[in-house]
Design a protein around this ligand. Structure first.
Ligand code: FE2
Length: 459
């Protein structure tokens, strides 16, 4: 609205059009300039104008399916590699009750760590309702159906193959675009905010470019009737609700650096090896949330994608190498198929997921290994029509009871089918047999050597 935003001041004695000034801070006031995120909102009534919050009783049909305090004790912290079949759509619920916490670490009350949710909703949020999380920033990755999100700061339409970030505290209402059911994943970041990764020697462009991120413009509704609205807040993992006699979506103008935004993953500029070797997957980082506790270059959460791209590396095993990482990796697939997972019952499917925790070994399954080790290395297009993504964290991720049992999606045979079938290809060169140590010789002679195949090779 023309003139609603004050010029050269943030808090005039009287705003144009009788608006209230409200500040929304996403960092401490004194955060360094480059990280400081604050916004000024000019609205019909301040957000403070509501009745008291009351907790929605735990275990009721309308409570949140998240562990309540003590947060950490609710997780199964286990080293097994896990893979889930696709999570079901749920026609019965709207956004707030569509979220199931699968895995996480830390504690929102301590502003540390993260939570990973799957959401599946078949209904729009009821009219005159709004939701916010005081616990963290929501990075939302739609897999099915488009989200029509009305936020305090404006509207965002977010479709599969796009992502959005709704920062801590910002209120919103989600309706289903064209009434189509929705499903996807959420990374809730309890500490800090997402940033674009540094580009180092890549230079000034590449990966996700800043110019491709989109933020909404102010969009408000005027409630002439003072109708009752219900505001839901997630606070310390618990759902609260409060009534207010005005719309929460009454911000007529805003400016600042704390706002929701979206990004089309199709705009990601992939970079890869044009000579040899499979590079670290950090080259596919879209957004990163640095950990200040764990040192430079370490992330509480990285959002990483594997878009369609060319593989041209020479004399190289092109899929990911086998690895154990200090980082935990939660992966899912928005569409298509992923190049390191060809086999296994159930497989790695869109809307399914996998978790490879801190130091849990993984890599290509047996079928992929056998194929990739003998494939003719022509330039190859991979991932056509597909988009895989990863939530990666420096923290050890625990799995909730819902994620491990209640959802009934865990593939019990994941490890057995993926890596136990790997064959031993090792053959000890014949020449080496002449320099066996005395102990090794004894092993072969009395039959206690682990690998007797080498003995057969040399007769
Ligand atoms: Fe991995």
């Amino acid at each position: 609205m023309e003139g609603a935003l004050p010029v050269a001041a943030n808090a005039p004695q009287q705003n144009a059009h009788g608006l209230y000034t409200e500040k929304l801070s996403g960092t401490s006031f004194t955060a360094p300039r480059g990280e400081n995120q604050q916004s000024w909102l000019y609205r019909i009534l301040p957000s403070a104008s509501h009745q008291n919050f009351t907790a929605v009783p735990a275990g009721s049909s309308s409570s949140l399916d998240t562990p309540t305090p003590n947060f950490q004790s609710k997780f199964h912290v286990i080293p097994n590699q896990l893979r889930w079949d696709p999570f079901d759509l749920d026609p019965e619920v709207s956004w707030i009750h569509s979220m199931h916490l699968i895995a996480g670490a830390g504690d929102p009350t301590m502003k540390s760590g993260l939570g990973i949710f799957v959401y599946a909703a078949g209904k729009s949020m009821p009219e005159k309702t709004a939701f916010y999380s005081a616990d963290g920033d929501y990075l939302i990755v739609p897999q099915h159906g488009a989200l029509d999100i009305q936020t305090e700061l404006g509207r965002l339409l977010v479709r599969p193959n796009e992502i959005c970030v709704i920062p801590r505290g910002i209120r919103y209402r989600i309706t289903l675009h064209n009434d189509e059911p929705v499903r996807g994943f959420i990374l809730e970041l309890y500490e800090g905010h997402f940033h674009l990764p540094e580009l180092g020697p890549i230079g000034s462009n590449g990966l996700a470019n800043a110019r491709d991120f989109q933020a909404p413009v102010a969009y408000f509704e005027q409630d002439y009737e003072n109708t009752e609205h219900t505001l839901y807040g997630k606070f310390g993992g618990v759902l609260f609700s409060a009534s207010q006699a005005h719309s929460p979506f009454d911000v007529v103008a805003w400016h600042g650096l704390y706002y929701p935004y979206k990004y089309d993953l199709g705009r990601f500029n992939t970079i890869g090896s044009i000579s040899y070797d499979h590079p670290d997957p950090s080259i596919f980082t879209v957004l990163t949330a640095p950990s200040y506790a764990h040192g430079p270059g370490t992330a509480v959460a990285d959002f990483v994608i594997f878009p369609p791209r060319w593989l041209v590396a020479e004399k190289t095993f092109r899929p990911p190498w086998y690895h154990r990482n200090t980082m935990s990796e939660f992966m899912s697939l928005i569409s298509g198929s992923y190049d390191a997972k060809a086999g296994g019952k159930g497989g790695f499917q869109p809307a399914g997921a996998s978790l490879h925790n801190t130091m849990s070994g993984h890599g290509p399954d047996m079928q992929t290994f056998e194929k990739a080790s003998t494939a003719e290395l022509q330039p190859a297009r991979v991932g056509e029509g597909s988009m895989a993504f990863m939530f990666e964290s420096c923290l050890m991720l625990g799995v909730t009871e819902w994620g491990l049992h209640t959802c009934e999606k865990v593939q019990e045979g994941y490890n057995r089918e993926s890596w136990e079938p790997l064959k031993v290809h090792f053959k000890r060169p014949a020449a080496e047999m002449t320099v066996l140590s005395a102990e090794e010789k004894r092993g072969y002679e009395n039959g206690t050597a682990k690998d007797m195949s080498s003995l057969e090779d040399v007769g």
